[in-house]
Design a protein around this ligand. Structure first.
Ligand code: AMP
Ligand code: MN
Ligand code: MN
Ligand code: MN
Length: 295
């Protein structure tokens, strides 16, 4: 078990099928070059890249589990739940995700109108040009367009000035309910993992409610070490994982070279007190030697 626990696992990243900039096969090469031993591509609300990701990973000798990052509305906030090791062809999961993608079109048009009211024109059409998947226009594509047109110096600055709640380009949206999204993941054979918990703006009571309901709906894991967490946040959520009996996950949330803080595989190990979510797949991973031994 200890050997499997210490694998270099990266179970969160994005391709051109959502808001990443690279196709799945290039991501697989980047992950492999970065020392990743177990990888999952987890596009937002989309499974279209899964077969290509698996094929590319297997050609490189990289262990792979199919994944997805599902958009959820919970207590007025957007929450992300990863579905790891899902069947990418499961009809129920695909139908649920198709519904979420369909809702993005109207939201994107409204975001364009909202930005036009503050003098930024053509943002909807511009964002669509950046979207590798026409069904999945995300805030990230708007951000890239605004940077290209000189409105801001970086994607991060666009979010700070335009794309967060209360700002001119933000349009509130209803994503999936927590229970239904977790049902889709579980029906497709996947493990629900709560993504980047430190990034939600919940009070302690609301956060407790999120974890409580997540566990109640069959939640299995929580991201502890991830690109969106600072080291003290990883420590804090290692304790939360223990409190709620959850396994711990690790993922870079990589989107694009030059844009993401952390490259695939570049994260610290999980805190020692955690049990890794991938111990659930230990029978499939026994042939891999821990990263520490390879170094
Ligand atoms: P959407 O699903 O269209 O609402 O877009 C959400 C995506 O925006 C996230 O998955 C991140 O990739 C990106 N994002 C959110 N907040 C920030 C931020 N502060 N800086 C950079 N990217 C962000
Ligand atoms: Mn994203
Ligand atoms: Mn996310
Ligand atoms: Mn993500």
């Amino acid at each position: 078990m200890a050997a499997v626990h210490l694998l270099n696992a990266d179970l969160h990243c994005h391709s051109v099928h959502s808001d990443g900039s690279l196709p799945p096969d290039e991501l697989a090469r980047l992950a492999h070059a970065g020392g990743v031993q177990l990888w999952s591509l987890t596009d937002h609300d989309e499974l279209a890249g899964q077969h290509a990701a698996r094929a590319a990973a297997e050609a490189l000798g990289l262990a792979y589990v199919c994944g997805v990052e599902v958009s959820i509305s919970f207590l007025g906030e957007t929450v992300h739940v990863l579905g790891l090791d899902v069947d990418p062809d499961h009809p129920g999961l695909n139908a649920g995700l198709a519904r979420l993608r369909a809702g993005r079109e109207q939201r994107a048009r409204e975001m364009g109108e909202s930005l036009a009211r503050v003098g930024i024109h053509g943002a909807y059409e511009g964002a669509r040009r950046y979207a590798g998947n026409p069904d999945l226009v995300s805030r990230t594509h708007f951000a890239r367009f605004l940077v290209e047109h000189g409105h801001c110096a970086s994607v991060h600055e666009v979010f700070q000035r335009y794309l967060k709640e209360g700002l001119p380009g933000f349009v509130p949206h209803h994503w999936a309910a927590l229970g239904e999204a977790m049902q889709w993941i579980r029906d497709a054979g996947g493990l629900p993992v709560l993504a980047h918990p430190a990034r939600y703006r919940f009070s302690p009571t609301e956060e407790w409610a999120l974890f409580h309901e997540f566990v109640g709906h069959g939640g299995v894991g929580v991201e502890v070490t991830c690109g969106a967490h600072f080291p003290d946040e990883a420590t804090r959520y290692a304790a939360t994982a223990e409190e709620f009996g959850l396994l711990a996950s690790r993922g870079s949330d990589f989107h694009a070279p030059g844009e993401s803080r952390v490259a695939p595989g570049e994260l610290p190990d999980l805190p020692a007190r955690c049990t890794a979510v991938w111990t659930r797949w230990a029978d499939r991973l026994q042939h891999l030697r821990p990263a520490a031994e390879l170094a």
